[in-house]
Design a protein around this ligand. Structure first.
Ligand code: GLN
Length: 484
């Protein structure tokens, strides 16, 4: 099956080269063949997909097509999908059938896109390797002994292995960008408030943001345009017009100022990854981009600040999963306390429990000021670093991750080394900024990701810079297809 981008499929459908039913069937067949090896999907929605594809073909025949009409895609299993299991990678929600659609899903439905299924993820989006999924780890198609990154690992694998042309992800501390980097695809984390969080199961509400994952920046532009926009059901969604992202892709980059933070090229970065990033930056210089050394001095406090904030918020958000209001209920409880305790003990995995306990501790009376309030202050300092940097430069560039994909099982016994995976991605979430990861080479046959960070609501510029890079390189065209 040849690899097709969303753009290719749009054109093929418009020209009648194939129908949505035909391409939907092809993807579903491919998923059936190779998903047992990759575990990218938690479940597929074949019947619904074929019905949606038929409806889309009818609309296309009548000339009533919208940009995503008939385009197959996959959704991270964190987005509520009406009448369809929505597990969030957890035993807690193994039997949860969402009674409504997330706004993001509604927006794709309104355009008559086709949903192939729901993708694997770390439980409640907590993790950097997909190994925390109750449904087992997804496998990196470049090397099935390696992790695909997380938490949106299933979505990244599905795109990289050509099981779908596009997918959704969510990014609280790097969960779109890090798996995109590990799987050699393009992933965009939008500005906080750009995409509605309604119906996206909450991990850490002040950091969570949904975004597109696809092969190219052009596809991400098409998808973001569909996903973005104000939603009165999300109080942090912003009332900002949605640009025509595709129309902005063609600007020349000459004169653009790109900042390289010295903290992102310091100790801990694999020198071969660093070499790949340097080459990518040279490519940008050839396109007329001016490169400048900058500093984000508070980078080193990002991880501790993030883990205090994220764990505090998750301990509060996950209190609703108690076996009464939501989630798994234990058998034969003897009283209410037993019901709560055993339901939660059985429903949540170890990492989720660890975070709930730490979060509850940092929020408790007497510790709140020392931990939570302090972390919020650090968060402000990190935002100020970026504000100052964006006085001098238009974009910030660096590696997405300190290394390429690691072996399954390598870091499961060492949570701190797992947390360090997010060293270059987390500050962006603390500040609420947009950032994109794009393929920029290989180390030992495993993909390297280049991260570009922009100022608030500069998604157009990020996509433009990523698109121009992809016009001059072919890293994003390399295939990780796995045979059955
Ligand atoms: N790896 C980070 C965490 O475990 C980020 C996860 C995410 O972005 N959802 O919290």
């Amino acid at each position: 099956m040849t690899i097709k981008t969303v753009k290719d499929l749009q054109m093929g459908l418009a020209e009648g080269q194939f129908s949505s039913v035909e391409i939907t069937r092809e993807y579903l067949d491919k998923i059936k063949q190779v998903n047992p090896q990759l575990n990218a999907f938690i479940h597929t929605t074949e019947d619904q997909a074929l019905t949606q594809a038929e409806d889309a073909d009818n609309l296309i025949a009548k000339g009533k097509s919208q940009p995503l009409t008939g385009i197959p895609m996959a959704h991270k299993d964190i987005f509520c999908t009406d009448g369809i299991a929505t597990t969030c990678g957890s035993r807690m929600l193994q039997n949860f059938i969402a009674p409504y659609n997330a706004t993001v899903i509604e927006k794709f439905n309104a355009q008559h896109a086709v949903m192939l299924g729901k993708t694997n993820m770390d439980e409640f989006a907590m993790g950097s390797s997909n190994e925390n999924s109750y449904f087992g780890a997804a496998k990196n198609p470049w090397d099935t002994g390696c992790v695909p990154g997380g938490s949106s690992g299933g979505s990244a694998v599905a795109v990289a292995a050509n099981l779908t042309p596009a997918a959704t992800g969510t990014d609280t501390g790097g969960s779109i960008r890090q798996p995109a980097a590990f799987c050699g695809i393009t992933g965009l984390k939008p500005t906080y408030g750009r995409v509605s969080r309604y119906g996206m199961i909450a991990y850490a509400s002040s950091l969570d943001q949904g975004g597109p994952m696809a092969r190219t920046a052009e596809d991400c532009a098409i998808l973001l345009e569909a996903m973005a926009g104000f939603d009165r059901r999300d109080s942090t969604s912003m009332q900002q017009e949605v640009p025509n992202y595709q129309a902005e892709l063609n600007h020349e980059l000459a004169g653009l100022k790109m900042g390289l933070p010295k903290e992102y090229f310091a100790e801990g970065l694999n020198p071969e990854v660093a070499r790949g990033i340097d080459e990518a930056i040279t490519e940008y210089q050839k396109l007329g981009v001016e490169v400048k050394d900058i500093s984000l001095p508070n980078s080193k406090i990002a991880i501790p600040a993030y883990y205090v904030v994220a764990m505090a918020e998750c301990s509060s958000n996950l209190s609703r999963f108690d076996g009464v209001r939501f989630g798994h209920r234990c058998d034969n409880p003897i009283d209410l306390e037993d019901l709560y305790k055993r339901s939660r003990a059985e429903g949540f995995g170890d990492e989720v429990k660890r975070r709930i306990m730490i979060g509850a501790y940092t929020l408790s009376a007497g510790y709140y000021d020392a931990f939570y309030l302090k972390a919020q202050k650090l968060r402000r300092l990190i935002s100020q670093d970026f504000t100052q940097a964006f006085d001098e430069v238009d974009l910030i560039a660096g590696p997405t991750t300190p290394d390429v994909a690691f072996k399954i099982g390598d870091k499961t016994d060492d949570p701190v080394s797992m947390y360090l995976q997010d060293i270059y991605t987390i500050s962006v979430n603390l500040a609420g900024l947009p950032a994109i990861s794009i393929p920029a080479g290989f180390v030992n046959n495993k993909p390297v990701g280049l991260q570009l960070i922009g100022n608030y609501f500069s998604e157009s510029r990020l996509l433009n810079a990523a698109y121009q890079f992809q016009q001059h390189t072919d890293w994003h065209q390399q295939s990780a297809e796995v045979q059955a």
